[in-house]
Design a binder for this molecule. Sequence first.
Ligand code: PLP
Length: 352
Amino acid sequence: MQCYDSVLDVVGHTPLIRLNRMSNGFPGIVLAKVEGMNPGHSAKDRIAKYIIAKAEKEGKILPGGTIIEASSGNTGFSMAMVAAVKGYNCILCIPDKISKEKIQLMESLGADVRICPSKVPYEDPLSHYSVCARLNQEIKNSLFVNQYFNEDNLEAHYYTTGPEIWKQTDGKITHFICAMGTGGTISGTAKYLKEQNPEVKIIGVDAYGSILQKYHEDHVEDSTECYSYLLEAVGKKFIPGATEFDLIDKIVKATDRESALLARRLAKKQGLLTGYSSGAVLVGFKKIQPLLPKDAVVVLLLADHGSRYLSKIYNNAWMQHVGFFRSADRKSGISKVVYLREQLRKVIDFYS
Ligand SMILES: Cc1ncc(COP(=O)(O)O)c(C=O)c1O
């Protein structure tokens, strides 16, 4: 019979799909690594499967144990999936800005979801990170996955995403563009790709309001860079230990608005329903496109599926409310602020 033992056996081996209609006349090859086609609909399936299997081998979690994780949604869903298959309990602490679909999805797989404030620093006792650390102390036979500071996060992509992309492009990849959160995806994939060909250029995509780009440039943790933003799962207010900044050649920033609009355009032009961070990656491509050689082979990692954002970027009322449709800019005070902030960012971008 042609069948798999469990859903975990179909994690990874996602397709590379040509983005013919999103490349703005660019003559090179633009390919999307569509991670939303994983069974848990995101690249995080890879780390959940890998990290828990390794923890079991090392005796860090025993049967009947509890997986604990701080997540912006996708890692949580993937951890809940692994926990369901393997019979573990799963507690997920997530920031309150996360879309309601993501919360429902995690709960559907039996996870115990704890919502934590997103506007507090990560060292605050109420942050989703601190709550996980406390629960890990309190619950016997529990494993705090801690993807932000876990080397195995990076390793999962080193052993899977990197080799897949290398093989799928016949070793012809010249540029890899990827959104950065924990940094595990970009770092693990970059490590493998650069070992095959040190000339492959790695471009990270960060959010405005996050400190990653500034840290990459100046090696200082500048908290004045931090403010709240709408993009989910992209950027950080602290430096995650799972990021290898030396492997990254350039980091560009994406605005909340343009990321949302490009994700929507991708859906309508290519029939690919992807998440908010995928729009940010398309912004990253647009920004570096003028610098690319004509024969570049560019791979864009699109981290998750768009079904998780139906109440946000794929919802016209939400787009209107946050001022992402220009007609709204003149109608409400909130929208005007968002509009002016976008204009200011464009000016800053131009001169930086
Ligand atoms: C949709 C999405 N995009 C991008 C990222 C960033 O990936 P990483 O944490 O590996 O840097 C994440 C991480 O949660 C994500 O869920």
